[in-house]
Design a protein around this ligand. Structure first.
Ligand code: GDP
Ligand code: MN
Length: 407
């Protein structure tokens, strides 16, 4: 589960990591009032579950409360499009108004789970503020990776090594090492899948006698869904507004639905292995999946029908590929669910169905007799061929949308 920056900043603060004070506003006048609490510059930041806001007009440093109101008005109620959002952007309903930092240096630090090592690793780089994906691609040697230890955590001396390597001023080595250890502890304590601070900044002292500080200026925290039951206080941070409506509907029906950008094939499967195989054959047939929906092993007719309805409510879907293995979910029940879903929705869509296992013959017969545009297959290879044939008879992707006046 993703959470907002302002919520992540609160978690960081509770963990003893320095951030700058701020509050969230839902209107420009609220934003102005919050800005009045601070003396110097403030920063107004769109709160969406995506990064890249800086380059997209979603982060503005301003000098007066009135300017903060204007900046908030430019963001609230608009859709912000960044390289991390879907192409249509995400609606901004809240902005964070916070004291701004005078920045001397922008660094990067994150904790992620390393799937190969099976432990959390701390990643850090002097190249903060910019897209870390770009650094990883072009100059991977500029990203340090240091694994933690599941038993002892992240040892302070390794954190100190990292702080030195980040090149922070001598007096900030200790606070930076301390911050790294606390970030790691936060990652473990809250069962996160990602804790990322980009940028982590070294501030520029504004008056004589003031000292440089190390501060988490941006914060991204993603929580591991499967561990959320252990953290009721974190569950409360869920913001359904930020999620795809179809993903919410799928979650309510206990279906796993994942939207994929740029494809035209809607995929229904039961089980992760079939999901992978189904996406592979979709690509083999020359198309991309628009989504995939896993109904799970113990679905029934009703759940398959709802799954089908969710699948076709994705307007990118032009053809449907269903790949099921009958077990607890019998194929005949699945077939009835598919037919019910198709008859109630876009019944003219071509459907390819591969079924094996319990009552497969019965299921395939129900589909064949349904009057829908179904081609059935007994196995994956048959489904792949079927998809290829159907794709060959369809206009190129997007062509019929254009005829309809575009979208
Ligand atoms: P993101 O683009 O969505 O990751 O948003 P960030 O919070 O990382 O902000 C993007 C960039 O805006 C940062 O890299 C900074 O350069 C700049 N920025 C953000 N907050 C401040 C601030 O308080 N003061 C100054 N001077 N710049 C800031
Ligand atoms: Mn950032």
């Amino acid at each position: 589960m993703k959470i907002h920056e302002y919520q992540a900043r609160n978690l960081l603060e509770q963990a003893g990591i320095p951030t700058l004070p701020g509050d969230v506003a839902t209107t420009p006048s609220e934003a102005r009032k919050i800005a009045e609490r601070f003396t110097g510059q403030v920063v107004v930041k769109a709160q969406i579950h995506a990064g890249g806001r800086g380059k997209a007009g979603g982060v503005k440093v301003v000098s007066t409360p009135d300017e903060a109101g204007v900046a908030a008005a430019s963001m609230l109620g608009r859709r912000l499009v960044t390289h991390q959002t879907p192409s249509g952007g995400v609606l901004v309903r809240k902005v964070l108004v916070a004291a701004a930092a005078d920045i001397a240096d922008e660094l990067y630090v994150a904790v992620v789970m390393d799937g190969d090592l099976g432990v959390p690793v701390v990643m850090a780089s002097t190249e903060g503020g910019v897209e870390i994906e770009h650094v990883a691609e072009t100059t991977p040697e500029k990203i340090m990776r240091v694994p933690g230890d599941p038993l002892i955590g992240f040892s302070p001396y390794r954190a100190r090594d990292m702080a030195y390597a980040l090149g922070v001023p001598a007096e900030l080595v200790r606070p930076t090492a301390d911050l790294i250890v606390k970030l790691y502890r936060l990652f473990v304590d809250k069962d996160c899948s990602l804790v990322e601070v980009n940028p982590l900044v070294v501030t520029r002292p504004s008056k004589p006698g003031e000292v440089a500080r190390i501060i988490a200026l941006d914060a991204k925290v993603t929580l591991e869904d499967d561990a959320l039951f252990r953290h009721p206080e974190l569950q409360a941070l869920h913001d359904p507004d930020q999620e795809e409506p179809l993903e919410l509907r799928a979650a309510a029906a206990e279906l796993s639905y994942v939207k994929l950008e740029g494809g035209r094939v809607g995929c229904m499967v039961n089980g992760a292995g079939l999901a992978m195989a189904t996406m592979d054959i979709t690509k083999w047939a020359g198309a991309d999946p628009a989504n995939f929906l896993d109904v799970g092993g113990s679905a029934d007719e009703k759940r398959v029908e709802e799954a089908y309805r969710i699948l076709v409510d994705d307007k990118d879907v032009e053809v449907i590929l269903i790949n099921l293995f009958g077990g607890i979910l019998r194929c005949d029940a699945a077939a009835r669910g598919i037919v019910a879903g198709a008859k109630a929705t876009r019944h003219d869509l071509p459907i390819i169905v591969a079924m094996r296992g319990t009552n497969a013959d019965e299921g395939l017969k129900i589909l064949g007799d349904s009057g829908l545009k179904v081609s059935t297959a007994a196995d994956l290879a048959g489904a792949a061929e079927g998809l290829k044939t159907i794709l060959a008879s369809m206009p190129a992707k997007g062509a019929h949308h254009a005829q309809g006046g575009g979208r």
